[in-house]
Design a protein around this ligand. Structure first.
Ligand code: 6PG
Length: 246
């Protein structure tokens, strides 16, 4: 079934994060009602912090015990490091809600060997979703951001992880940052029930025009997120949408 792509343009960041929070909770309620749980992979970086804070403030009493939180990617640093996506999520959300520790699948990125951290995280995902070899998890929601170079998760232009078609999680050398990252792969992103990008700010306008309206060779990593049997939703604010032609 082809991907359904929706683009929602919100007037400002506040409206964007409120709309994103409503989408998150709506999907969660539907999933919990249908299957008793909601599985979501959170994005890192700076944009989603406001969403996580809003979820903690407005939905502190949500059925978080039915929510299972994973990470789309993680930097190769300890969870206390300023660059850690886990640290950002913990400060903005986890520390403010009641969620069982076993519901949070942190990438053990303090491991000196990034490849071992990736394998461990992959094994834990396989166990949770009770996957057979060759199967991919189907997350109810995968939150994603768009980097200024068109990367998403830690799938950067020109990096080896872009070609991964069998692993769920890999460590990926990111030359521009001279570091490894741990990331979900495209087969996982494209097996999601819904992939939701959140993009905010004028500094993203040029790249967003390229990603949403350009026909690039090779495609930007963001353009390769096309859930094969799921929804692709772009939530953007007007400053980020400024260069879109339609
Ligand atoms: C990360 C993210 C990454 C992020 C983009 C956008 O670990 O940094 O997973 O893919 O979503 O770089 O980052 P901003 O939201 O900070 O612009």
């Amino acid at each position: 079934m082809p991907t359904t792509r929706s683009i929602e343009v919100l007037a400002n960041p506040g409206d964007l994060f409120h709309a994103a929070a409503e989408e998150f909770v709506s999907l969660a309620r539907t999933a919990i009602g249908a299957q008793g749980r909601f599985t979501v992979a959170l994005s890192g970086g700076s944009t989603p912090k406001a969403l996580y804070s809003l979820l903690a403030a407005s939905y502190a009493n949500f059925a978080w015990n039915r929510v299972f939180l994973f990470f789309g990617d993680e930097r190769h640093v300890p969870p206390t490091h300023a660059d850690s996506n886990y640290r950002m999520v913990n400060e903005s959300l986890l520390s403010k809600i009641t969620i069982p520790a076993e519901n949070v699948f942190r990438v053990l990125a303090e491991n000196p060997a990034a490849a071992a951290a990736a394998s461990d995280y992959e094994t834990r995902i396989q166990r949770f979703f009770e996957l057979k070899p060759g199967e991919f998890p189907r997350f109810d929601l995968i939150l994603l951001g768009m980097g200024p170079d068109g990367h998403t998760a830690s799938l950067f232009p020109g990096s080896t992880a872009l070609d991964e078609q069998s692993r769920l999680v890999v460590s990926n050398w990111v030359a521009k940052f001279n570091t490894h990252r741990i990331t979900l792969t495209f087969p996982v992103l494209n097996n999601a029930h819904e992939a939701m990008f959140m993009t905010s700010g004028a500094d993203k306008a040029d790249m967003l025009h390229q990603v949403l309206e350009g026909n690039n060779t090779p495609p930007y990593p963001c353009q390769r997120v096309q859930p094969s049997d799921g929804k692709l939703l772009w939530m953007i604010d007007e400053p980020a949408a400024a260069k879109l032609t339609r």
